[in-house]
Design a binder for this molecule. Structure first.
Ligand SMILES: CC(C)(COP(=O)(O)OP(=O)(O)OC[C@H]1O[C@@H](n2cnc3c(N)ncnc32)[C@H](O)[C@@H]1OP(=O)(O)O)[C@@H](O)C(=O)NCCC(=O)NCCS
Length: 313
């Protein structure tokens, strides 16, 4: 067995890997379009190939921003059906790739609602989960995926908040920092265990700036007396328009402002003719999940995120 990153001449063999299990994967259309956009790179795909005939026996594919030199998330884990111990082969492939990357990006898997009761989905996830765990991705997080579609009513504009853009990133860094206090969002809480609040806020702002959504869409929300209430960032990812990020500063929580911020984002996208808006939130962020449900967003799937403990990442 030989472990190595992919190269351009592997393309036909990469396209020949087929995952026919109940799980998201880097299928040929996705592979080709993300190679073209720069979200996938050959050196961010790792292979285990047979020493005898060069056949791909395992393949892992990571995603990143175009031009970014580090992969940010693993998208697909494939092992050829002929392999006996697929868990160990996949785990070894991930260990080698992590060592080469110098980081252990999280594995993002998309599954349907009710996956825990679906034997096919459980089987597809089960061995990958075990392999990811052996390679150090031991933390699990379930994120709920919501969608708003244009057949839902467009929400009214808030009559108690004023929304304004601001070209100064520092203003958003300061607002993100306040909104992160006491957050129920797992990723932010985890980041705050290893970073100071300002660095964490800056990293988030930089992350949202790298997304395909426009920086000029970002809004700060103020009460009538000029006090900052929160942030509302309509955005977009490779798949289309997303809610992006929203948050309420601690002193204004518990007054339902989350509904005004979400309405602003939904209205903003709807008014530019968007037909579908996607949003994710953690299973444990109950106030946010309730707000999506009140605003006519429908839960359509689940994103499972398997990541390294932040101190071992
Ligand atoms: C999620 C969030 C936007 C909710 O804002 P909000 O305007 O306070 O929401 P609501 O007014 O609907 O609050 C609903 C309930 O949840 C409680 N609550 C809200 N945020 C809370 C938090 N972070 N921790 C504990 N309880 C919280 C409120 O006190 C309220 O309780 P009550 O009904 O007993 O009064 C806000 O908590 C927040 O900014 N969190 C940090 C950022 C975040 O998680 N953004 C979403 C990322 S997807």
């Amino acid at each position: 067995m030989h472990f190595r990153p992919a190269v351009e001449t592997d393309l036909d063999d990469l396209l020949g890997c087929v995952v026919d299990e109940s799980i998201s994967w880097a299928h040929p259309d996705r592979l080709l379009s993300f190679l073209e956009s720069g979200n996938y790179r050959y050196d961010h795909m790792w292979l285990a190939v047979s020493e005898d005939d060069g056949e791909i026996l395992a393949r892992a594919v990571w995603w990143g921003f175009p031009g970014g030199d580090r992969p940010l998330a693993m998208d697909c884990l494939y092992v050829h059906p002929s392999v006996g111990d697929r868990v160990e082969l996949a785990a070894e492939l991930l260990r080698r790739a992590h060592a080469a990357f110098g980081t252990k990006p999280a594995y993002h898997v998309f599954v349907s609602n009710g996956w825990r009761e679906d034997p096919k989905a459980l089987a597809a996830i089960g061995w990958r989960w075990e392999a990811a765990g052996r390679a150090g991705l031991t933390e699990e997080l379930e994120r709920l995926r919501y969608e708003w579609t244009a057949d839902e009513p467009v929400p009214e504009q808030s009559d108690r908040l004023v929304f304004r853009g601001d070209d100064d990133d520092e203003v958003f860094v300061a607002a993100f920092r306040r909104v992160a206090e006491g957050t129920l969002d797992h990723h932010t809480r985890q980041a705050l265990t290893t970073m100071d609040p300002e660095a964490q806020a800056r990293e988030d702002v930089d992350g949202y700036k790298s997304m395909p959504g426009d920086r000029s869409w970002w809004r700060l929300a103020y009460a009538k007396d000029g006090d900052l209430v929160g942030v509302a960032l309509p955005s977009a990812n490779n798949a289309g328009p997303v809610v992006g990020y929203l948050g309420v500063v601690p002193g204004h929580r518990g007054h339902g402002y989350v509904d005004d911020l979400l309405a602003e984002i939904t209205r903003f996208h709807a008014e530019r003719g968007v037909q579908r808006i996607i949003a994710d939130t953690d299973l444990g962020n109950v106030p946010m999940a309730r707000a999506f449900e009140r605003a006519g967003y429908r839960k359509f799937s689940i994103r499972l995120v398997l990541s390294a403990d932040p101190v071992n990442a």
